[in-house]
Design a protein around this ligand. Structure first.
Ligand code: SAM
Length: 312
């Protein structure tokens, strides 16, 4: 969310346009009945939503949901971590693109450094969230010279740093292929300082490739979303804050479940719509991008939804 566009005076969606907690819980119950068992609350920034622990508490009681995670920038985490834990949040992923104060400010577009986020991570670890994952989106010439320092900071703490290839999501991040630092380069950089060895995935289709420090001080992950796309193994459905069902990070729209919900449709009807979208999906944007050597950002259209809308 570039600061020039989303400044202090930016007007976000009026409340009636966003799903209520009750509506999110009802849709989740329908998704769970269709086989969904893992949830991730993301954004935008989830911790700016008032009373978020109430939502987590409601979701954690739904039959079939056995894992609830959250991705956050961590800015408001220290004061919210306990309520989230008590409400039933199982796992946390915190975005922190650099441990370096100046680079963090530059990348977040705000005047604060990483101190709040680091404090949030510390509080969450003390509360027993484990393992905490740290997401670092790597951009050449922006934060790639700080990756080793970021890895060093978390080495031996139990947190797992995951380095993500910079993706051409949306239309506002000025993406160019030359900015992508591949996972292979990241492993060479970190491994040059701290020897690494590959580890088997925790489960089939895990998006991060795992590596452990040979000295036993934990592990890191790399997510090769550009150099080795994993569309074929993707099982994620995304629900936007205004109730659109989106099946791909690179979609240009979604299916409006909010209108259906508010028109009085029963659960069976909503389940049928969701089932239809799921069965018909054929998104494989990242694979097509890799096949197209002439590929330019926005090649699939300039109406791609933005990352802040569907949460990563
Ligand atoms: C869009 S954010 C939303 C949640 C929350 N506001 C946060 O900052 O973690 C979710 C994840 O997407 C990642 N992300 C954002 N833009 C990306 C890009 N262009 N390529 C790869 N990952 C990206 C972020 O690092 C973050 O971990």
């Amino acid at each position: 969310m570039p600061a020039e566009v989303f400044g202090e005076r930016y007007e976000f969606l009026p409340r009636p346009q966003i799903l209520t907690f009750e509506e999110i819980q009802r849709l989740t119950t329908i998704f769970a009945a269709a086989g969904v068992s893992k949830l991730r609350i993301t954004g935008g920034e989830p911790l700016v939503r008032a009373n978020l622990p109430d939502l987590v508490a409601g979701l954690s009681k739904i039959d079939g949901i056995d894992d609830i995670a959250m991705t956050t920038n961590g800015y408001l985490l220290a004061e919210n971590a306990k309520a989230l834990r008590d409400a039933g949040l199982d796992r946390l992923t915190i975005s922190l693109d650099s441990i370096d104060d100046d680079i963090f400010r530059k990348m977040s577009g705000r005047s604060h450094g990483p101190a709040n986020t680091l404090e949030g991570i510390r509080v969450a670890a003390d509360l027993g969230f484990s393992p905490i994952k740290i997401n670092v989106v790597v951009q050449r010439g922006v934060n790639d010279h700080t990756l080793v320092d970021t890895a060093r900071y978390f080495k031996g703490t139990g947190a797992i740093v995951r380095f993500i290839e910079f993706m051409d999501v949306g239309t506002k991040n000025g993406w160019e292929l030359s900015q992508v630092v591949t996972s292979r380069e990241v492993i060479e950089m970190i491994g040059g300082e701290f020897p690494l060895e590959p580890v088997d995935p925790n489960y089939p289709g895990e998006v991060a490739n795992r590596y452990r420090y040979v000295d036993g001080e934990g592990e890191i992950g790399v997510i090769s979303s550009v150099s080795e796309p994993f569309c074929g193994g993707c099982t994620r459905a995304r629900l936007s804050t205004d109730g659109k069902l989106v099946t791909c990070l690179f979609a240009s729209g979604g299916t409006d479940l909010k209108t259906l919900l508010r028109s009085g449709a029963d659960d069976r009807e909503i389940a049928k719509t969701i089932g239809g979208v799921w069965t018909d999906r054929d998104d494989r944007y990242s694979e097509l991008r890799s096949e197209d050597t002439e590929f330019k950002a926005g090649a699939s259209g300039d109406d791609k939804v933005e990352m802040y809308y569907i949460g990563g």
